[in-house]
Design a protein around this ligand. Structure first.
Ligand code: F6R
Ligand code: ZN
Length: 192
């Protein structure tokens, strides 16, 4: 009977920054997400010079796909920039408006959220900080540091991910580096 209970220890391997076990792992390279960066020309210059860096990777553990379960995951965003824009996740809305918890375990970065009518908000997350992403808000994380930006996340099974709206319209704000510091600016190409 015990083997049927989805009751499992999940180890956070802090050397490799992965969960063990993890049921899904994903690596996102520049070539997988170049259209999500505001400076597409800079992205294409990197790729045509033979550079296709891993921008981030994440893994997820889902005990069961039954409703009312939770997914636990870990994301590592590497340090770097495409043009002035820091390495970041693609960003998405949940198909089912569900909330999400983020917990930064290493490094530092920004979490940027956006409502469907284009309102935005952001906060800096450093090691030990948690934040709650409210249901219905799109979200993206950005590595503004010189180290990896690593965070755990928890959200409901079956939430689904809508990347299309972000790929098509972008976020209303960009997080760029200016004079060596991060700055949140309006996205001139936002099609909100
Ligand atoms: C899950 C979630 C995060 C992201 C991960 C990768 O709902 O918000 O775990 O999935 O950080 O970012 P995306 O999915 O935007 O490429
Ligand atoms: Zn999410």
């Amino acid at each position: 009977m015990a083997s049927e209970i989805p009751f499992q220890r999940i180890r956070l391997n802090l050397r490799k920054y992965i969960l063990e076990p993890a049921k899904r792992r994903r690596e996102v390279k520049l070539s997988d997400m170049k259209e999500f960066f505001s400076d597409l020309e800079a992205a294409e210059r990197m790729l045509s010079s033979g550079k296709d860096p891993v921008i981030y990777q994440y893994c997820e553990y889902e005990a069961s796909e039954e409703p009312d379960n939770l997914i636990l995951g870990l994301t590592v965003i590497y340090p770097g920039k495409v043009g002035k824009e820091y390495f970041m996740t693609r960003g998405h809305f949940h198909e089912k408006d569900s909330g999400e918890i983020y917990y930064c375990i290493y490094g530092s970065g920004i979490i940027l959220i956006q409502s469907k009518d284009g309102q935005t908000a952001y906060m800096e997350l450093k090691q030990g900080d948690l934040c709650y992403v409210p249901p219905g808000w799109g979200h993206r994380t950005i590595n503004t540091g010189r180290k990896r930006f690593v965070f755990l996340f928890v959200y409901p099974s079956g939430s689904g991910h809508d990347y299309g709206i972000i790929k098509e319209k972008g976020f209303a704000k960009l997080v760029i580096e200016e004079k060596g510091k991060w700055k949140v600016v309006d996205n001139p190409r936002y099609l909100g």
